[in-house]
Design a protein around this ligand. Sequence first.
Ligand SMILES: Nc1ncnc2c1ncn2[C@@H]1O[C@H](COP(=O)(O)OP(=O)(O)OP(=O)(O)O)[C@@H](O)[C@H]1O
Ligand SMILES: [Mg+2]
Length: 246
Amino acid sequence: MGRYSLGGRHRMISLNKLVTGYRGQALSQPISGQFPQGSLTAIMGVNGAGKSTLLKTIAGLLPPVSGAVRFARSDKTLAWLPQQSDIDHHFPLRVIEVVAMGSWPASGMLKGLGCGTRDRIEAALEQVGLQDLAGRTINQLSGGQFQRMLFARMLVQDAPIILLDEPFTGIDSQTSAFLLQVIERLHTQGKTILTVLHNLQMVERHFPELLYLHDGHYHWGNTADIVEENAARPLVRCAARSEVRQ
Ligand SMILES: Nc1ncnc2c1ncn2[C@@H]1O[C@H](COP(=O)(O)OP(=O)(O)OP(=O)(O)O)[C@@H](O)[C@H]1O
Ligand SMILES: [Mg+2]
């Protein structure tokens, strides 16, 4: 399936013949289409398909090989939750300091935070159930607690665009369900959300749009349509023997 159209909605992010890759080497064919404002899109594909590379390119962390990523608003602040494997868990920071980073560059380190920001940080810690661990150093967190902390940072950041790279990988089903509710709440607030996921059942139930990367090609649209079109491909076959139901 080619270019993905908006169906009358406002575009938030446009991919214009975007080719992602490293050192000039393309990973995929050019991708064109738009993420509408307030959309909730899952990005799926096998390991190495280029999902993280696409997200990093959209986030501006990697340059495109060719083509462009465009944002509808001049304020293109985005929140970025990296894949677990990209994170250094040993940095000597406390939970509250990491969550407070969500308010940068609006404020400096903790001592420079105004009351409003402190309240937002405390509210975010409470929303993810980490209020009692605020003073812990991050190397003393479990994987699920670490992920909750990153979600709290994202809540503090309050960006209009949210990019999540495998937020539930290695996370137990109860925590995943809890964090999924956080994503759904952000969706109802009108955020534009892109999430890399491997759990097709979760995607079918909770993510209205799907961008599926397969063999250098892409399939982008309404989730039910894309799943039906790709019924014989790894997207569906992996999920058949998969994961926890959400
Ligand atoms: N820094 C890099 N330099 C060169 N090639 C890279 C780099 N990072 C990733 N790649 C390659 O780019 C391809 C896509 O990687 P990417 O991390 O985007 O895959 P992915 O779809 O996120 O996979 P996974 O499901 O395993 O996270 C892979 O072949 C990978 O080896
Ligand atoms: Mg990845």
